[in-house]
Write a protein that binds this ligand. Structure first.
Ligand code: GLC
Length: 551
């Protein structure tokens, strides 16, 4: 692909010209649930290494590892007690190095997760801050106040917790995750050391956790009542802890560090991908235009119901924003924070638009077969759109959300913090099924840290590997075609004039994607050679809930 394809904005982003991430397919590994090498019921880094073959066969370009750092797991590892080590439950730094080397041998890059908004209450600096008391320099690295303001935690409940000496500390997430004070030079310097630590170990990129929140408005003004979104809601209005202008300078300074690892050393440039829900394109534009962040996740499709019109609106908004800024917004259909798409697409779609209290608790009717069909069609859409894409572990197997986890087994702090009105995010974090007919399906030896459903025998990697019609083989074939086909990956798209309920787009040269979101079969059009279909075709007709790649 020539640099010219990467249009406007590029002079401000010299590192970005034709960069590998602009059309990469990245697979998200949630280490605790991917593969368990030591049989303790929790995944680990040697487990990932042992299963690299699965990822190489799938054909992904990179993996992103969710946090594997030492952590008391108040929030599944997004509460980091030491940013420069591996939690013993996941292995050692030597295991990490071995994984990076083995992945490189298979042409797979490794992206790590950096969690800069907050640490763990067990982090040595937070313990020192508690011990040192009010007014101490140690407390300045965090956000301690004598009186809390009205901010609410993203996980539910107040964003402040009182300590025995009566001061309060800010935590926009769980009380086990104190927010850093990003106006303190120690914090800035510490994260620069963290970046260099992992760069020295050969990582290809950083996924930046809650990248929009680090800086808080001076004076910590109250939020205007009603302007805060619900738990992890995509549409936060402007609140005084999001999108502060200092973020742009911070990410620019990080980019300088990252570039110092590629230029002279001849290595590929280093990616940053920011977790940043943006309610409106205006919130995202400055980051995409600026020369700091390489990518913002394109989360828009995740909360979108199964509707051609609604999908098209989201795709248009993101794609236009990417073209206009020259930035990169990889597509996402699932991650460790949202219900699995098989389940999202298998319920009454009005419940996706407006979840009821029952839905928040996972108590609704799900047509899993319908959801699985739609999720397969969505996979063909994901991989045909211009730009990069992220695949969440288990989506390549068509796993549904596990809705029947007993309350006492739930681990996500959101369950308790929302006073049990939201089931939390455990249902998409269940250990993967590798083989066998009953739990633990080849994941370790016995009990898994979250229970697996009893009916996943047909969904294991082993069961799907040799079945040409399996979801796993659909993904494999799609990725293989994507690697070879000149129209796929980065570039542009043209909408085709399709019947209502059908989404059709062309990519040059000679490629058409059609997805039938409607209830009636529609004729295949524009091209007639079927490269790949997400389900059986009916002669020259594309059945409902089916997608097809044509040339
Ligand atoms: C991000 C992570 C989520 C975590 C939160 C707090 O949203 O994806 O899993 O709970 O940040 O770190």
């Amino acid at each position: 692909m020539s640099a010219d394809d990467h249009s406007p904005g590029s002079p401000a982003r010299p590192y970005d010209q034709g960069a590998w991430w602009r059309d990469a397919v990245v697979y998200q590994v949630y280490p605790r649930s991917f593969a368990d090498a030591n049989g303790d019921g929790e995944g680990d880094l040697p487990g990932v290494l042992a299963r690299l073959g699965h990822l190489a066969d799938l054909g992904v370009d990179a993996i992103w590892l969710s946090p594997f750092y030492p952590s008391p797991l108040a929030d599944g590892g997004y509460d980091v007690a030491d940013y420069c080590d591996v939690d013993p439950r996941y292995g050692t730094l030597a295991d990490f190095d071995a994984l990076v080397a083995a992945a490189a041998a298979k042409n797979i890059k490794v992206i790590v997760d950096i969690v800069p908004n907050h640490c763990s209450a067990e982090h040595p600096w937070f313990r020192a801050a508690l011990a040192a008391g009010p007014g101490s320099p140690e407390r300045e690295r965090f956000v301690f106040r004598d009186e809390p303001n009205n901010w609410q935690s993203v996980f539910g409940g107040p964003a402040w917790t009182q300590v025995p000496d009566e001061q309060w500390y800010l935590h926009l997430f769980d009380s086990g995750q104190p927010d850093w004070n990003w106006r303190h030079p120690d914090v800035v310097a510490m994260f620069e050391r963290v970046l260099r630590f992992w760069l020295d170990r050969g990582v290809a990129g950083f996924r930046i956790d809650v990248a929009n929140m680090l800086f808080k408005q001076e004076g910590l003004p109250d939020v205007v009542p009603g302007s805060q979104g619900g738990p992890l809601s995509p549409g936060h209005a402007a609140v005084p802890y999001e999108h502060q202008p200092e973020l742009l300078d911070l990410y620019r300074s990080w980019r300088k560090i990252l570039d110092s690892y590629s230029g002279d050393r001849g290595a590929a440039p280093v990616c940053t991908v920011a977790e940043m829900w943006f309610g409106h394109p205006d919130q995202a534009r400055p980051y995409l235009k600026g020369d700091g962040l390489a990518q913002l996740f394109g989360f828009g499709l995740m909360p979108t119901p199964w509707s051609a019109e609604e999908f098209r609106t989201v795709i248009d908004t993101s794609h236009r924003l990417a073209r206009e800024t020259g930035g990169s917004i990889p597509w996402v259909l699932g991650n460790h924070d949202v219900p699995r798409m098989v389940t999202r697409f298998g319920v009454d779609q009005d419940l996706v638009r407006a979840p009821t209290p029952e839905v928040l608790l996972g108590r609704m009717d799900v047509d899993a077969e319908l959801g699985a069909r739609r999720a397969r069609a969505a996979a063909l859409l994901l991989l045909a759109l211009p730009g990069g894409a992220y695949i969440y572990q288990g989506d390549e197997l068509g796993l549904p959300e596990h809705l029947a986890i007993p309350d006492e087994a739930r681990q996500d702090p959101m369950f308790e913090r929302t006073l049990r009105t939201f089931m939390g995010r455990d249902g998409c974090r269940v250990p993967l099924p590798w083989s066998g007919a009953t739990p633990p399906y080849g994941f370790g030896a016995g009990r898994t840290w979250l229970p697996q459903p009893e009916d996943w025998a047909a969904l294991t990697v082993a069961a799907q590997r040799d079945d040409p019609g399996s979801t796993l083989n659909l993904y494999r074939t799609a990725l293989a075609i994507r690697r070879e086909h000149p129209a796929l990956g980065d570039g542009d798209l043209t909408w085709l004039d399709a019947p209502a309920g059908v989404l059709a787009l062309a990519r040059d040269p000679g490629f058409t994607l059609m997805v039938n979101f409607g209830a009636e079969p529609v004729p295949l059009a524009w091209h007639h050679d079927v490269l790949l279909a997400s389900g059986p075709l009916d002669g020259d007709l594309l059945p409902p809930d089916t997608g097809v790649w044509l040339s």
